[in-house]
Ligand binder design. Sequence first.
Ligand code: NAP
Ligand code: HSE
Length: 432
Amino acid sequence: MEKTKVAIVGLGTVGTGVARLLLDYGDRTARHAGRTLWLEKVVVRDLHKPRAIRLPQGVLTDQLEDVTANPEIKAVAQLIGGLEPARSIMLRLLESGKDVITANKALLAEHGGELFDRARELGRTIAFEASVAGGIPIVTNISQCLSANQITSIHAILNGTSNYILTRMEEDQCDFAEAVAEAQRQGYAEADPTMDIDGTDAAQKLAILAHLAFGARVNWRDIPRRGIQTVEADDLQYARQLGYRIKLLAVAELIDSGLQLYVSPTLVKIGTPLAEVRGAYNAVSVVGDAVGRVFFHGLGAGQMPTASAVVADLIDVVVGRAPITFRTLELWSQRYDRLKPPSPEQMPGRFYLRFNVEDRPGVMAELTSVLGRHQISIASIIQHPGSNDDPGVVPLVIMTHQTSEGAVLSALEQIKHLSCVQGGNVVLRVRS
Ligand code: NAP
Ligand code: HSE
């Protein structure tokens, strides 16, 4: 059988999974590729670091040149995180004639324009299925299978670590820090888990999906985002009492003022598909004008689900499917202007607000009059019992009707100066 030589750069969580699939299940990849994908080289930084996989003699190297200078290696899975040296290594690989497969959404969200333009100039391909939603084939589905549609909205859970943390906190009463440490142990989290927790990772993935679905070249930093760091165990419990779960949602939706984009912890009605996504699973709910709603669900992080997407890309690259798609889509071309999403102030929505307030007469009236002055209509108010440590202060949860984020933020600015408010302001969105 014909043999195509491939390589891996970076032998961490995902790189190890890819090596495993290529070495242990070569017959499977050969059947789908019509040739053997031969793992010729794996490049690491430190040859002496213990590895979770045994590679055949002569495969492991710490010299990138063993790949770039070998014309027989056609495709490289570059599986190192962060921006540098990932960017320079990708450019070196492309310039030495390799097609590159990546799972690095941070790199694409930051330098996609430069890297894709360079790949096109050189007649090379970059494939990136694993960069969004791990094992869910959402890049292929949006860019190819749904291409007859005008997509009108995407509501997605795109960060496995955050979803894992929220699930553990809700179901096992696990402490936030303990849940983060477990997500790291499981290999879900980024090298710096702050990027998972503060919404950065989800915003970078949303920027990629928005580009594929809406043709919008967005700087991920322009996407308004909140992470799960302000969500407390009490909020999960209060939301549940109201019939909701809290999920870190990434949303791209066509509205009157343009393409609304945001990442925010959001109350999602229990029983709806997004509310039932647990652990490190991701989900993407897409609405297209012809197809209606389609829902994708699967593991969004972790070694083998992500490796599954990388190896599928390797196969697509070596058989020639990915290069056709890459040329046709002209993604991230810097010829196109960047889109500036509407500012958060203009974004409509319903909100969950929690304040810690003094437990005395008149407090409710003070708060509701500020909300009223900002035209914010209240759907429900629940005062919860205070803690034994501070019985004079109680949590007050308010759910609003439809309003704008601008109105909520300027009301909060006044509310936080009221003497009855003792901090603890939490603002979450509510999915209508
Ligand atoms: P990881 O476990 O930290 O592994 C990264 C690997 O890259 C490490 O083995 C590291 O080497 C290696 N590396 C760094 N610089 C290098 C260099 N100059 N030359 C050669 N190797 C180098 O990260 P990961 O979880 O596999 O993630 C890799 C990428 O996939 C990231 O962009 C991440 O965002 C993305 N991703 C991860 C997941 C997941 O579930 N983990 C899912 C989807 C996408 P050392 O071993 O020497 O430190
Ligand atoms: N850290 C990422 C997550 C990995 O938790 O979703 C998958 O991109």
